[in-house]
Ligand binder design. Sequence first.
Ligand code: ZN
Ligand code: MN
Length: 512
Amino acid sequence: MRLLPIIGLEIHAQLKTESKMFCSCANVGDAATAPNTSICPVCTGQPGSLPTLNQKALELGVLTGLALGCEIPAQSVFDRKNYFYPDLPKGYQISQFHLPVALRGKLEIDVPGGKPPREHVAIGITRAHLEEDAAKNFHSGGEESATLVDYNRSSTPLIEIVTEPDLRSPAEAKALLQELRAVLRTIHASDADMEKGQMRCDANVSLLPVDEENHPLQPNLNPKVEIKNLNSFRSVERALAYEIERQTKLMEAGDVVQGATRGWDEDKGATFEQRTKETSADYRYFPEPDLPPQDLTVLREELKARLPELPAQKRARLMDEWWFTPADAAFFVSNDGWADYAENVMGELGNWIADTDKSHDSAGEVLADNKKKLAKLAGGWLTSKLAGLMAETNLTISDLKISAEDFAEFLNLIYKGEINSSNAQKLLALMVETGTDPSHLMEEHNLGQNLDESVLIETIKRLVEQNPDQVAQIKAGKLGVIKWFVGAVMKATEGKANPSQAEEMVKKEIGV
Ligand code: ZN
Ligand code: MN
């Protein structure tokens, strides 16, 4: 018997609005603001206070629905979800139940090398609804232990996104969350930083007995176990892997897995039993009498027209138009501001090459082979070297002092062999630091391969004279040894020689 994981996610993301969901308090989220300073009678649930809907939150909710390919109903309604907990001052959460802002969408994900092998899959989105966040409890330790509540987070606007149980592995779950984060950032709905609590995930999983072709051996899914409050990509992946293993052992021993809610202990790396799960009946949902139903017919058309290019479309275009690899395209799209920068660099680089190179067809287009070479060069220097240097100094792309034009000029120096790779790294570090243009810096710091030809000839002559054994090997046909000479020349000239020029001159000197 094979057991196939059936995984679904419920994701809460804090919406990026100026004010809270139903009052004018500043939406400070989890920012380091003194406790209980961004609160008012509405978001602390004082009797007689009334909610007013934040129009921006409604817009971002509908926009999220559109970005996830959802249907936007003509009308959406808020409901009260009743439960008692100190972080919920009203005794109910204003949420949406029967008529959410979005229904029936999908999000496509790439999972290269995943198991089961499904490289590209569309994950169904059941719904997305708006609701308010709860306050935050702090449990103080010590002798007089107490629970303290900070209401700053109370009534922060949230979008809750529920997926179909279409995911089949922890890696797919992680990919879905990363893609969702990219979408939310692209439409400026949320920064969706899991480490900052801006995006939180509940994951549910059950195991389905299947045959060799993954056909179910039973008509219904087993009861699901829900793991609550996962707050990093890593814990989502680990918690699901743990739970799949736990359920597998139970089922292989002939036990029945009960539906349950479990928590995740990051330190122990294990899930633990929490409480029996509420059903929706326990929440006694009913329409929120203090908020009118929302007509979405105009808003959905307006927002549809304003929907920006989404991550999947952008990745496809970066690969198609600029020949970036899938990995580089994924990096640019998932890191804010990088896609624009990379595109600007490629545009500028095209100009540099066009001015000086014959690698174009009659229409002035860069030829395919060169396009590939340039994309590989640019992709590598941007995603690993530049991104690495910036990470070391905590810079974001908006702090970067290097203009796209200067970065293109820098790449052009490498492409033309005017600087070797180790000096190029030094040059790049100087550019990051100063924002000065590369040609100036290269000259100022003497990093170029601007060696006087007579010095190069002299160096080669000397090395040939000093290494008769290697010369004999080359003359006997071991041409690989030529590279050894080139290495020796580079070392002797402190990287200032041009390797291909040096190779030609070594051959000429030895006479091969
Ligand atoms: Zn308030
Ligand atoms: Mn919720």
